[in-house]
Design a protein around this ligand. Structure first.
Ligand code: GSH
Length: 361
C-alpha cells in the first residue's frame, strides 16, 4: 500500500531541523613548496587528481549536488566537420552508467552496431576515474583498441591537456581527427537517431525516438524527469546534508508518483510509441531497486512494491525489446555504485539482493 504523498511530506517537514553541515574544505591553494616550478606542477597534478577522483568532488555549500554541464558538444552531420561515416566513430561507455546506457540502447535500436564500435570500462571507478578493461580486468570490460588508454581521463587529456571538467562516459570519439565529438548522452542519442539514416536499411532508418509531432511533449517531460529523477537519484545519494537529501528525495518521489499516473494502462510514456523519454527514464528505473533504494537512500518506496504501472512498463521494455535487456548488466551496475563510492559505502560490500534484480513479466 502506498503512503499518500501529503502525509509523507508533513512527516518529513517535522524532521527538517538539522543545520547544514559545513563541508570539509579541500586544501586547494595551499602549497608548501617555495620553488615556483614545483608549485605549478603540484597544483596541476592536484587539479587532475580532483577531477578524476569522485571522492574529491565537492558538493555546494548547502550540501546539494550539482552536475556540471558536458563540455564537448559537436554534432555528426552531413557537410559538417564530423560527417556520418560508417566505422569513423568509437563509443566509450560503462554498462553501469545510466547516461552511457542511453547511448547503447539507442545504438542498438537504430542498428548502428556495425557503424560504431564500443569500448566498455571496468565498473570499479577508482582514484584515476574509469579504468579500461586491461587495467582492471572485469567480465565484460574491454581494453582501449585505439590508444591503449589506461583510464578514460587519458582520452580527455589527449584531446586537451588543460581540460578541467570531469572525465565522464559516454565519450563519442572521432577516429579520423582524433577528437571527442561529444560527451553529452542526450545529444549523442539525438545524433544516433538520425545522422546515419541514409546508410541504414529502411526498417532501422524508420526507427524514430524523437518524432516531430511529439517533440514538445518529450522535451517537457525530459526536463523534469532529468532534474528530479535521472539526476534526482544522484542529488539524493550525493547530498552532504540532511536537508539537501530530503529535498532531493521528496522531489524524486513526487515525480515517481506523477509518472505512475502517466503510465496507467500505457506501454510508453508519451503517445503510443517508444520515444527517447522512455529510454531516458528506463535507465534510472532499472537501477532503482538494485541500487538507488539502498545506496542512494531513495527508499520511500521501491518500484516493485510501490509503483505497479511503472513496474509493468519497466518489465515490458526490458523483456520485450532486446535493445534494453542486452545493454543492461546488473553485475556492472551494482559493482560500480557500491564499490566506487567509498564515501557512501566505505567497506565496498556489494549487497546480494534484491533477488531478482528484475522480475519476469
Ligand atoms: N551529462 C553527462 C553525464 C555523464 C556522467 O556523469 N557520467 C558519469 C557516470 S554515470 C561519470 O562518468 N562520472 C565520472 C566522474 O564524474 O568522475 C551525460 O549525460 O552524458
Amino acid at each position: 500500500m502506498r503512503i499518500p504523498f501529503l502525509r509523507l511530506v508533513s512527516h518529513i517537514s517535522l524532521r527538517l531541523s538539522s543545520k547544514p553541515v559545513s563541508l570539509p574544505q579541500l586544501a586547494l591553494g595551499t602549497c608548501r613548496y617555495s620553488n615556483q616550478r614545483n608549485f605549478t606542477v603540484t597544483m596541476a597534478a592536484r587539479k587532475v587528481d580532483e577531477q578524476a577522483d569522485i571522492h574529491k568532488m565537492k558538493t555546494e555549500p548547502d550540501g546539494s549536488f550539482k552536475r556540471k554541464p558536458s563540455v564537448f558538444r559537436n554534432f555528426i552531420e552531413k557537410g559538417g566537420t564530423f560527417a556520418p561515416e560508417k566505422g569513423r566513430y568509437h563509443l566509450y561507455v560503462s554498462y553501469a552508467c545510466p547516461w552511457a546506457t542511453r547511448t547503447l540502447i539507442t545504438r542498438k535500436l537504430k542498428g548502428l552496431e556495425d557503424f560504431i564500435d564500443v569500448t566498455v570500462v571496468s565498473p570499479r571507478m577508482g582514484s584515476e576515474g574509469w579504468p579500461l578493461g586491461d587495467v582492471d580486468e572485469f567480465p565484460g570490460a574491454t581494453p582501449d583498441p585505439l590508444f591503449g588508454a589506461k583510464h578514460i581521463k587519458d582520452l580527455y587529456l589527449r584531446v586537451n591537456p588543460d581540460y578541467d571538467g570531469r572525465f565522464t562516459v559516454p565519450v563519442l570519439w572521432d577516429k579520423k581527427t582524433n577528437a571527442i565529438v561529444n560527451n553529452e548522452s542526450s545529444e549523442i542519442i539525438r545524433m544516433f537517431n538520425t545522422a546515419f539514416d541514409d546508410q541504414l536499411p529502411a526498417d532501422k532508418a524508420s526507427v524514430d525516438i524523437y518524432p516531430e509531432p511529439l517533440r514538445a511533449q518529450i522535451d517537457e517531460v525530459n526536463e523534469w524527469v532529468y532534474d528530479t529523477v535521472n539526476n534526482g537519484v544522484y542529488k539524493s545519494g550525493f547530498a552532504s546534508t540532511q536537508q539537501a537529501y530530503e529535498t532531493a528525495v521528496v522531489a524524486l518521489f513526487e515525480s515517481l508518483d506523477k509518472l505512475e499516473e502517466m503510465l496507467q494502462g500505457k506501454d510508453y510514456l508519451i503517445g503510443d510509441r517508444l520515444t527517447e523519454a522512455d529510454i531516458r527514464l528506463f535507465v534510472t528505473i532499472v537501477r532503482f531497486d538494485p541500487v538507488y533504494v539502498g545506496h542512494f537512500k531513495c527508499n520511500i518506496r521501491t518500484i516493485r512494491d510501490g509503483y505497479p504501472a511503472i513496474h509493468l512498463w519497466l518489465r515490458k521494455l526490458y523483456w520485450n525489446i532486446p535493445a534494453f535487456k542486452e545493454t543492461c548488466n546488473f553485475d556492472h551496475i551494482k559493482t560500480h555504485y557500491y564499490w566506487s563510492h567509498t564515501h557512501i559505502n566505505p567497506k565496498r560490500i556489494v549487497p546480494v539482493g534484491p533477488i531478482p534484480n528484475i522480475f519476469p513479466l
